[in-house]
Design a protein around this ligand. Structure first.
Ligand SMILES: Cc1cc2nc3c(=O)[nH]c(=O)nc-3n(C[C@H](O)[C@H](O)[C@H](O)COP(=O)(O)OP(=O)(O)OC[C@H]3O[C@@H](n4cnc5c(N)ncnc54)[C@H](O)[C@@H]3O)c2cc1C
Length: 502
């Protein structure tokens, strides 16, 4: 692994004019318990990266507040000292959103780990941002309820991070992303003020700040409380494992299933490299000779599940499936999903490093884009495995590389950029659920024209005039875009000429 941020990114993250470490430590420790202000290298090391471990930096200071009042104090002090702040949940993000700044404060929300209230009348839970995603469903399981968005990282990632990234998961095809499953947020502004956004009712008048805050990657405020929606658990869920010997047939089957009027609870795809690596790791019973498999789950009453599953099987057969296995009980269903959920870690067994991309495309373009990714893989001379939310058209190409080999990280970045732009070319977007962070910041220059980027900056300035919240992430400066030399995809040539033929 590279243990420094690559040059240009580091330059973008440096914040000039920040207060000296000694001044800031003195201000923070005068106002807060000493043990929540971490300053020595050993204590700071655990925060040096998130799930995108190719990029690392030690924060100047890390603070671990336990109360909203303490968060407000941190923000007031940092604002007064012109010091940038990076909020951090569990650090599982895959786009470098929680990457610290060497001249900034890392604000960990790890101690905000309480479920504050469960309201069974209105099917709501009030939770602190550091609560793990899965812990919400576990806490209401005995009531026959659950929280629907289920990122594969749900055992570890925090609900605050989910809101900041607008995270998705296997079940978001039917039940929506994080933004569709929350109703109210409490945030602390960059000046240390506490704001309520949204309400416990279904809608609020005025601009939709709840939607704006969701997916804002820590650039607009610090989330300190969240009210999430709870759903009754379906009576039954079954998953079909559907194998194909042709990538195009598998991609077409995804569109065909949804065109047939079925809305699966989850519809995921793994290609051959992902199947082989996952099966060796989890032994989920995946056919290792398949070119691709789909996992298609339907849920509802027993009658609904029987009817939908019969239709899924008929569509899959018509689409050229070579094998269809429907889970016979909950244990088998869990086993089929266990493979999918462990697919990312499984890559660690076949490659020293992997770089997870996150483009989203219209479903009908799936086959073309998968074939395009295979061609890019040959062009860049790097292996790629695909495991993704096929029903949402949300791709996760995992580029396999070895950071210890000179030039491989840079080539991987270029390959990743080309995949983003391939998605744009097919009417998609550069990220579906993992956020832009530092990873895809240059591709923002390709997706958005200058006028739109200027509006993003205007929104940022309305919340954070001094640009202290997570600077250098998610929204590129116009200067950076000029340097990148990108042209808006609709206006002409792509910066990767090899994409023209895909
Ligand atoms: C194996 C694996 C599988 C994954 N699968 C999925 C998946 O299926 N779907 C998916 O969407 N993602 C997935 N992810 C990515 C990641 O888990 C999500 O993006 C998750 O929401 C990040 O949560 P976190 O608590 O780790 O946030 P962090 O990584 O700590 O932070 C992410 C971003 O949120 C900001 N942030 C965090 N907390 C707050 C807060 N309280 N207030 C303001 N800003 C905040 C940070 O500044 C940063 O920009 C996966 C990651 C891994 C490692």
């Amino acid at each position: 692994m590279s243990d420094v941020i690559s040059g240009e990114r580091a330059a973008a993250l440096d914040a000039d004019g920040a207060a000296s470490k000694a001044t800031l430590v003195a201000a923070l420790t005068a106002a807060l318990p000493h043990d929540i202000v971490l300053t020595d290298e050993e204590s700071l090391r655990p925060f040096e990266c998130d799930g995108l471990s190719a990029y690392r930096a030690l924060p100047m200071i890390a603070v671990l507040p336990a109360t909203v009042a303490q968060v407000q104090t941190v923000m007031r002090i940092c604002h007064a000292h012109d010091t940038p702040v990076v909020a951090r949940g569990a650090g599982t993000g895959l786009s470098g959103g929680a990457l610290p700044l060497e001249k900034g404060v890392l604000l960990s929300l790890a101690k905000f780990n309480r479920i504050v209230d469960i309201d069974t009348d209105n099917l709501r839970a009030t939770v602190q941002p550091g609560v793990r995603n899965l812990a919400i469903s576990e806490a209401v399981d005995h009531l026959g309820l659950y929280y629907a968005p289920d990122p594969s990282s749900q055992i570890a990632c925090s609900i605050g991070g989910n809101v900041a990234e607008n995270s998705g998961g296997v079940h978001c095809l039917k039940y929506g992303l994080t933004t569709h499953n929350i109703v109210r947020l409490e945030i602390v502004t960059v000046e240390g003020e506490r704001l309520t956004i949204g309400s416990d009712a279904l809608d609020t008048p005025g601009y939709d700040l709840l939607a704006l805050m969701t997916g804002s990657e820590g650039l607009l405020g610090v989330i300190v409380e969240i009210v999430v929606k709870l759903l009754p658990k379906p009576e039954l869920a079954r998953v079909a494992l559907i194998a194909f010997d042709d990538l195009r047939a598998a991609g077409n089957a995804v569109a065909d299933i949804i065109k047939a009027g079925i809305i699966p609870a989850g519809l995921e795809m793994l290609d051959s490299p992902a199947i082989v690596a996952t099966e060796a790791f989890v032994h989920a019973g995946y056919p290792t000779d398949a070119t691709a498999i789909l996992l298609c789950e339907v849920d509802g009453t027993t009658a609904e599940v029987d009817e939908d599953m019969a239709r899924v099987q008929a569509v899959a057969e018509a689409s050229g499936a070579t094998e269809i296995r429907v889970s016979r009980d909950d244990a088998e269903r869990a086993l089929f999903w266990a493979g999918r959920k462990a697919a990312f870690p499984a890559m660690g067994r076949i490659s020293p490093d992997y770089y997870c991309m996150d483009g989203t495309i219209p479903r009908a373009a799936l086959s073309d884009v998968l074939i395009g990714i295979a061609e890019l893989s040959e062009h860049y001379g790097q292996r790629v495995a695909n495991v993704f939310h096929a029903g949402d058209g949300n791709l996760h190409p995992l580029i396999l590389y070895d950071a210890n080999q000179p030039g491989e990280l840079e080539r991987t970045e270029a390959f990743g950029g080309a995949i983003c732009e391939l998605c744009l070319k097919h009417g998609g977007t550069i990220t579906g659920e993992h956020g832009v962070g530092v990873e895809k910041i240059d591709q923002m220059c390709v997706q958005f024209p200058t006028a739109e980027l200027q509006q993003f900056h205007a929104v940022k300035a309305a919340f954070d005039e001094k640009t202290l919240l997570n600077p250098g992430k998610a929204v590129p400066t116009l200067h950076r875009c000029a340097e990148f030399g990108a042209m808006h995809v609709h206006n002409g040539a792509l910066p990767f000429p090899e994409l023209e033929r895909l």
